[in-house]
Design a protein around this ligand. Sequence first.
Ligand code: SF4
Length: 407
Amino acid sequence: MDDKVRRPGTPETFTLAPAVELDADAAAPLPIRAHFPGDEPPAGLRIDDLGPGDESQPQIRRALLGEPFDDPLAPGSLRCNACAHRCVLRPGRVGICGVRQNRGGWLYTLVYGQLVAARAEPVEKKPFYHFMPGSTAYSIATQGCNMHCAYCQNWHISQAHREGSVPESRFVEPASVVGEAVAAGARSIAYTYVEPTIFLEFALDTMVKATKAGLRNVFVTNGYETPEAVELLTPYLDAANIDLKAANDDFYRRICGARWEPVRDTIMDMHRRGIWVELTTLIIPGLNDDLTELRSTAEWIASALGPEVPWHLSRFHAAYKLGNVASTPAATLVAAAAAAREAGLKHVYVGNAPDVVVADTHCAGCGELLIARTDFGVAMWRLVDGRCPRCSHVLAGVGLDDSRGRH
Ligand code: SF4
């Protein structure tokens, strides 16, 4: 690893992305097929019977991270190990995310390259405030998601399979996504809007090509990846904004249909691997706005990841199944940010709330203003080679000693 790369929280925080050891000749992981007695699926369960994965439907392809699951009542069952649900899929069944299916004993993705969203936007919108500030990210998504948060802002694409809707989409090859990103002036590709792990194969293929083209790759993720998925992503993943919805299992189970521990483990795993991590918490009145709990969460972040990991506190607006819940009051956001700072965090931001402007970056060493922001853009830049001009403290992040991102 490049010796200029440092982990946040250590005296010398890193200012460059982790070095990518790209081995273009490395053998790609192979999909694994479930066992059938006699080695062939029974009649009625052949791939062709379940729908083609042929040229007419290029989005249906063999998927990674499946393994045979021994179910005496359902030969040919699989387990998908892409996310912490680890769904067991009998032949023909689709996982919780709605986009991964057991077809004839093979795990398939149903959404390879089938984009429902693709647009260039400021990287601050993801949000990333310490990752190439002022640069453009090309954001892409397929439909589907492995959580079903009751307040999802993107439910029309993430929950399409539950709501019976068919979002508008187009098929794009990975090379074309990279070409579109370059043409848009982007410096990174963001896999976002829904949980990107559910379209892992397409993300990986795109990430390899993006890295070769000199672009960075960032995930906006709910952190529900398995360690195996993180291992596959690590060589190409430069940064992740991870949703820390609430640091308790009850919230995850009741509101999102998931569990907290795997998210916690992914946050620490990505950080440990040198992937740049920023965290985001949407504060919802009555559900996760308890100040004592938010303070404890901040203390956990500071001790587990270090005090210089950015934490974005975001305002909730009524959405999806929480249409009758009021928006987060400004006072709650201000108090939460103050509590987080008191708990030791150096970079706390408030987003989605124009009346509570807490978007500027200050030096973790002396408090000097380093980056001022307006409307998701960089309004003022005072870093000198990634350091505070007053005390020379290195600002934690990626691409902070590089002015090319600021346009
Ligand atoms: S990615 Fe989908 S199919 Fe795989 S374990 Fe997660 S929810 Fe289940």
